[in-house]
Design a protein around this ligand. Structure first.
Ligand code: PGA
Length: 249
């Protein structure tokens, strides 16, 4: 059986000392968890987080990377740099990167390919805006994002992907998609992945829901057939909330 997965996306929160304190407090609470417990921490915290998470079941990753191996790209970080310091996965295409930093599907596609090449698990984030949902364009948007962001990815590397469905209108707003709404989108995503990579791979991929996940809505989301876990922003910043979400798996 596929293991469920909960990823905390800390965004631009927590210093190194806060990171270490958080992991020390979280580790004993999740040591018997059925879910894979992951934290996407700021670049500056990765080394300390990996060290603090040693001998625990917490996996550390990054929130972004550049698509090149190296070069004159001031302020950017390459996949191999993340890998070298112990990051195991990287969030790609988060809606905040798309809107605030103008990342496009073709650019995200290059990052996905680079992450796979350099053995980092890409967690590809997709999702529609409120306007797109109102215009009944949710499926069209999800299909386009999947096709463009995963273009050129072969079947074998595709088996290493994680997909996060994050309706943009639900991120940081307190408005969660209902379990039914989320399940509909997840089932559609699974259908698109089946078309792209075949049934066996599509069934094996984890599709996480993200957008205002809290301890009190996680259990209902997890009842749905195609929801394999969650990508959690705000509620991953407190040990109490984050561990309560993990307990729902
Ligand atoms: P949120 O963020 O849980 O605070 O809505 C989710 C995300 O941005 O990944």
């Amino acid at each position: 059986m596929k293991k469920s997965m909960v990823i905390g996306n800390w965004k631009m929160y927590k210093t190194v000392s806060e990171t270490v304190a958080f992991i020390k407090e979280l580790a004993p609470l999740v040591e018997n968890s059925n879910a894979e417990v992951c934290l996407a921490v700021p670049f500056t915290s990765i080394t300390a987080a990996v060290e603090a998470a040693k001998d625990t079941n917490i996996v550390i990753g990054a929130q972004n990377m550049n698509d090149a191996s190296e070069g004159a790209f001031t302020g950017e970080i390459a996949a191999i740099m993340l890998k070298e310091i112990g990051a195991e996965f990287v969030l790609l295409g988060h809606s905040e990167r798309r809107t605030l930093f103008h990342e496009t599907d073709p650019y995200i596609n290059r990052k996905v390919i680079k992450a796979l090449e350099d053995d980092l698990t890409p967690v590809l984030c997709i999702g529609e805006t409120a306007a797109e949902r109102e215009e009944n364009k949710t499926e069209e948007v999800l299909q386009r994002q999947l096709e463009e962001c995963l273009s050129g990815v072969g079947e074998e590397p595709a088996s290493k992907l994680v997909i996060a469905y994050e309706p943009v209108w639900a991120i940081g707003t307190g408005k969660t998609a209902t379990p039914q709404m989320a399940e509909e989108a997840h089932a559609f995503i699974r259908k698109c992945l089946t078309k792209q990579f075949g049934k066996k791979i599509a069934q094996g991929l984890s599709i996480l829901y993200g957008g205002s996940v809290k301890p009190d809505n996680m259990a209902a989301l997890m009842q749905e057939k195609n929801i394999d876990g969650a990508l959690v922003g705000g509620a991953s910043l407190q040990v109490k909330n984050f561990s309560a979400i993990i307990q729902c798996c």
